[in-house]
Design a binder for this molecule. Structure first.
Ligand code: BTN
Length: 342
């Protein structure tokens, strides 16, 4: 058995012990390897950051609150459908420039989009995390969930009953994150189009990018990048009043692998048409906290202006009423919005 496979299976055995000790002898016999190989695999896991205690009498104990991103633990907690689709397709990096960039590096031909459909790329840290409008996304080590999904619409359409419209993918991803957070006891809200807030601080951002086939004018692949601030950590001054976290410093938190599994399961099921698009968009509208509020619209080009947010259209556009009473529809990605003080 390869070293990597040994440590993966050993980790699985340790996780199944739920904080109880696993004897070296049992591990060696179940894995059909020597006790020295078990010891070596344990050292490898410790190096990866797992909190494992060794005792001569009892064996090895994994601290159940050990919170290192791990493919096996994510896969174990996926819904049946997501497990079938994503098993073996979750890749975790200790550090990388940007998981969206990494996903793109896998997409060189149309065949790649099909091959890597439903693949997830996670990183414990991003050195050049990207946000919308060419902003950076602060991605400190082991504090958040930073990941990207490759979706090939053509593949979904071959198997799903009904895929939501691609123009709704970002909004639907925000709903998937919110649903997952609600199950975990949070009360998230969405600021159009894809920022998720908790207690007036942004805790999650989503960056969707498409690879377009110019001949057929269709999306060959969509990359959905999600960044969630999970555990409180020091923030650079410019983010101090804006960014928040799911959990305060030292609070007992749900493990990131579990949160990741919830989001993946919801997201995959939504994209594969488990729920009607109008139902998801209605959920999006309910979660949105800018409807009825005065906003400032900052077009990508041109001057900013004030307006009132009136509604969310069935395709996820923001309907606004300008100062002269005119109704306008703002398409995702066209503007960013600053909420005025109430
Ligand atoms: C935003 O808030 O403007 C969008 C932020 C998106 C961040 C995520 S983290 C994972 C993925 N990789 C990136 O570089 N960006 C997205």
């Amino acid at each position: 058995m390869k070293e990597k496979e040994t440590s993966k299976r050993l980790l699985q055995m340790l996780l199944e012990q739920n904080g109880n000790a696993l004897s070296g002898e049992k591990a060696a016999s179940d894995l059909n390897i020597s006790r020295v190989s078990v010891w070596k695999a344990i050292q490898k896991l410790k190096k990866e950051g797992y909190d494992i205690k060794s005792s001569t009498n009892k064996g090895y104990t994994l601290n159940p609150s050990s919170d290192i991103l791990n493919e096996t633990e994510i896969e174990n907690n996926l819904s049946d459908f997501a497990k079938k689709l994503c098993s073996g397709k979750i890749k975790i990096f200790k550090t990388i420039d940007s998981t969206n960039n990494e996903a793109k590096r896998f997409l060189n031909t149309p065949a790649d989009a099909k091959k890597f459909n439903a693949s997830f790329f996670f990183a414990e840290h991003q050195s050049a995390g990207r946000g919308r409008f060419f902003r950076t996304f602060y991605s400190p080590k082991e504090a958040g969930l930073y990941f990207s999904l490759i979706i090939c619409p053509e593949i979904i359409l071959q198997s799903a009953k009904k895929m939501p419209n691609i123009s709704c993918f970002t909004a639907i991803s925000a709903v998937a994150v919110c649903r997952s957070l609600r199950v975990l006891g949070f009360n998230p809200k969405i600021k159009w189009v894809n920022d998720i807030y908790l207690d007036e601080k942004k805790v999650c951002g989503i960056l969707s990018e498409a690879i377009i086939n110019m001949e057929s004018s269709s999306a060959q692949a969509v990359i959905i990048g999600i960044g969630i601030n999970v555990k409180e950590t020091n923030l650079p001054p410019e983010l101090k009043n804006k960014a928040g976290f799911l959990y305060k410093k030292d609070a007992v938190s749900i493990k990131r692998n579990i949160i990741a599994a919830f989001v993946i399961s919801n997201l995959i099921e939504m994209l594969y048409g488990f729920y009607p698009q109008n139902e998801l968009m209605a959920e999006y509208k309910d979660l949105s906290f800018i409807i009825g509020k005065k906003i400032q619209v900052l077009p990508f080009y041109g001057k900013s202006y004030t307006a009132t947010a009136v509604d969310i259209s069935p395709s996820g556009s923001l309907i606004i009423k300008t100062a002269n009473g005119e109704k306008q529809e703002l398409v995702s990605g066209e503007v960013s919005i600053i909420l005025n003080e109430p």
